[in-house]
Each structure stands twice: as C-alpha cells, then as structure tokens.
Design a binder for this molecule. Structure first.
Ligand SMILES: [Zn+2]
Length: 464
C-alpha cells in the first residue's frame, strides 16, 4: 500500500490536523475555568494532578485526528485486492476499533473488506498501523511488561495506573509478560556478536594487554511449584536452583562493562549447552578470560567446556566464607582467636601456600566431631580447588578474584523478583520471567519486544 506523499500533497492534511488539534485543545482548556473562577487558586500539586488526570482527553483526541489525517486514503479506501487471491474487492463496511495507548483511549474507524472466495476478511489500515490484537496497544504492552518484570503482578496494575494513567488489569500484565517471554530465547536475550565486540572495544586500552573478560557463575535457590489445573489444590512447592552466569569486562579504571547475563532454572547439562552457545558470540582472541565461581562442580564443568582457555579462579568470598566457618568451629564464635586464625589462614592462601595450609589443618585437634568434620570439608575444598587459588598473582595480572559481580547479578536478576513473599513459580513461567529480566539487563529487551510485536500484528491481519 503506497501511502508515501510528497511534501506538497501532504501539507493540506497537516493543516487540517492542526486545526482539529486546536479545537481539541480549546475544549480541554475550558476544563481549567473552575481554577480561574475560584476564590482560592490551586496549589502546584493540585494543578499538576489536574493535568495528569485530564491530559489523555486532549492527547487521545489528537492521536485520533493524527491517524485520520495521516491515512485519509486508507480511511476513505473503497477498493482493495484480496491478499490471498488478488481479486479486487469492494469495501463492505466501516468498522470501529477501540484502542488504548499511552496517550489514552480512542476509536479508529476503518474500512473492512471480505473475499467470499477465500472466506477472508481484513482491515488494511490495521496492518499499516501495526495494531496489536489486544485492546492495549504495543506502546502500553512494552511498558507494562517491564513494570511486571520489576514488581509483583498484583502491584503492576496499580503502579502503572498511578504513573501513566493507563488502566491495565493484573491478568493482562501476566498474560503479556508470558507472551513476550515466549519469543525470548537465548539467541535474542544475549547481545549479538557485533554488540559484544563493541563492548570489548570500549574496554580495550590501545597500549595495554587485552581486557579481562570475567565469566562468573553461581546458583541461587528459588521457590517453585508444579502446575496444577485451576481450582485444584496446588502441589507442594520446592526450592530449585537458578543457574546463572554473568559475563562482564573489566574496563579502564577497573570499571565493569556488562556483557551478558543468563539465568534459568535448569539442569547442569542444559546450563553447559547454553554457556557454550553464549561463548560462540564472544571473540576470545581479543580478551583474557577469567572464570570465577565457588566450589560447585557443575559450574566449573560448564565454564571450562565453554571457555577452555579461561583462567580458573576460586571466588575469594566463597573461599573466605569456608575459612571463617571453620574458625568459628575451632574457637568460640566471633572470638579474637577465631578472627586471628581466619585472617592468618586467608593471608597464606592469598600467597598461594595451599599445601602448607592443608598440612597445618591436618595437624589440628578440633574440639568436637562437628569441628572435625568442618576441618575435613575445608581440606577437601582446598585440595579440589588448589589450582584456582592464586589470588595475589591474579590480582597483579589485573584479574578479578571475587565474584561480587555474579552475587549482585543473582540478587538483581533472580532474588528481587523471584523471592517475593508468597511467590511460588511454575518453572516455565519462572524461566520466562528470568529471560525478560536478563534481556532488560543485557540491553536487548526492546529488540525482543519488537520481535514479539511484529509477530502479534501479523497474527491479527491473518485471523480476522
Ligand atoms: Zn481472495
């Protein structure tokens, strides 16, 4: 449908639009009369609230006028070819379509065509406007999903209405988030290779060594429940592990440049496969890769498979936590002796004296069985991870030794939304929520939403 017009052809419609908008404006401004006639003029907040409450009357009428004058040919259209068989069709009738946008609600009257041969009816203007099949249009949906990804569904509608003046239901925000999550796959949640290259470029100093790319993995428990049919008793919930990875660059002046986050409730082998697919997007010849994690086997297996060239670093904070735990078993909890022992042990570990530390641990005579067990656990932990504890050397070379990055990503991506009180997630929906949150964090949400919107508007044209 060619609707491109030259500037000359276009201007009468622009003028008509402006005239219509002025009329709407005059009408809206009349609403301010009481303020001017009152004995006591309103304060700033009351005035602002009046604007907030009534602006959509003005804006939505302007939107409606804009559409009428931007697409006059399509609104007046009397003939259209059938998109299936090409037969020329006459307009059947004009239909009203009520829509809700960020500027308020209004109606669009547009012609309807029907091909009796194909049993196919359609509104050509809907396709051109890329209307959403739902009442709330994509501008609303895009923002509602973002809000619902930040606060519980029950609060989404309330918050959204308060800030935007657009009324959406709980159910709508839930449904829309799930629909967008359905098109969110690893491929479009993780930034493209070119985008990652640009971030590597930003982290690179011309004269220095390649920047460090940190791949930090961790698990976080999240409450899940089985899917049960409506009105039947919910099955018992259980905690499952969200396996997550955060990849970031250490840029100039130690500034962190985020590359990608990916968090899903999934098994170890699925996590490994995902991480391998993410690694394929990264030009590892331009960075020095550091793999960071605690002692969990699944994450080391995944990280070393995806980034075989990576330098393995046992997360200092996890390591310190283990040492502190043992200190509190060997000595009275929180005592000076416990403190001194932990500090001394950590210094030796930082200096790379793992064998010596283990040898000393073996000569200890713990006060009870539990203390003995904890010491034994630490010995195993240090032996298993000995090749990942070169803290000073790693620091000197500019690597990270603590996974503050992943801890905060876990909090940000997972905990703040997944662990709200009373929230028990059905795994596919919980994973959908995690993908949307990752996309928001990775800077890929808008592209993802466009993909969803493109699909949705194609559907409406086909179905009607
Ligand atoms: Zn046809």
């Amino acid at each position: 449908m060619a609707i491109a017009c030259t500037q000359e052809q276009f201007s009468p419609f622009l003028e008509e639009f402006q005239t219509m908008a002025h009329e709407v404006l005059d009408k809206w401004l009349e609403g301010f009369r009481p303020f001017f006639e009152s004995e006591e003029p309103p304060g700033l907040e009351a005035l602002s609230n009046h604007f907030q409450k009534t602006r959509s009357e003005f804006m939505s009428a302007c939107m409606q006028a804009a559409i009428e004058k931007l697409f006059p040919h399509m609104i007046e259209q009397t003939q259209a070819p059938c998109p299936r068989c090409g037969k020329s069709l006459s307009r059947k009738r004009s239909d009203e379509r009520k829509v809700s946008t960020m500027q308020g609600k209004f109606s669009i009257w547009r012609p309807y065509f029907y091909c009796a041969d194909c049993h196919h009816g359609f509104h050509p203007l809907d396709k051109v406007l890329r209307l959403a099949p739902q009442h709330h249009q994509h501008d609303v949906q895009r923002r509602v999903v973002k809000t619902a990804a930040r606060v519980p569904f029950a609060e989404t509608a309330e918050q959204f209405e308060e800030l935007s003046g657009v009324m959406v239901g709980n159910h709508f925000s839930h449904e829309t988030l799930n629909a967008v999550a359905d098109v969110a796959a690893l491929e479009n949640v993780i930034p493209q290779r070119e985008e990652i290259n640009a971030r590597i470029q930003r982290a690179t100093v011309a004269s220095g060594p390649p920047p460090v790319l940190v791949v930090a993995s961790d698990g976080a428990m999240t409450p899940t429940r089985p899917q049960a049919p409506r009105k039947t008793k919910r099955g018992r919930g259980r905690y499952r592990e969200v396996k997550g990875v955060r990849i970031y660059l250490i840029g100039p002046e130690k500034r962190i440049i985020h590359v990608a986050s990916w968090h899903q409730i999934q098994e170890a082998d699925e996590f490994t496969e995902d991480l391998i697919r993410i690694a394929e997007r990264i030009d590892v010849s331009r960075v020095r890769v550091a793999l960071l994690g605690d002692g969990a086997g699944w994450l080391w297996n995944a990280m070393t498979k995806a980034f075989p060239q990576g330098r393995q670093i046992l997360d200092y904070y996890h390591c310190a936590e283990h040492v502190w735990k043992v200190a509190d078993h060997l000595y009275p909890e929180g005592s000076l002796e416990a403190h001194e022992w932990a500090e001394a042990t950590l210094v030796r570990l930082c200096l790379g004296k793992i064998k010596e530390t283990v040898a000393d641990l073996e000569t200890l005579n713990p006060r009870d069985t539990q203390a003995r067990e904890e010491v034994q656990k630490l010995i195993t932990y240090l032996n298993n991870n000995a090749h990942r504890i070169d803290y000073l050397e790693n620091l000197d070379a500019g690597y990270a030794i603590g996974s503050g990055g992943i801890e905060s990503a876990n909090k940000f991506i997972s905990h703040t939304r997944m662990k709200r009180s009373g929230a028990w997630w059905i795994v596919p929906y919980g994973n959908g929520m995690l993908r949307i949150r990752c996309a928001m964090y990775n800077g890929t949400y808008d592209r993802l939403f466009n993909q969803y919107a493109g699909k949705a508007s194609l559907k409406v044209v086909e179905n009607k």
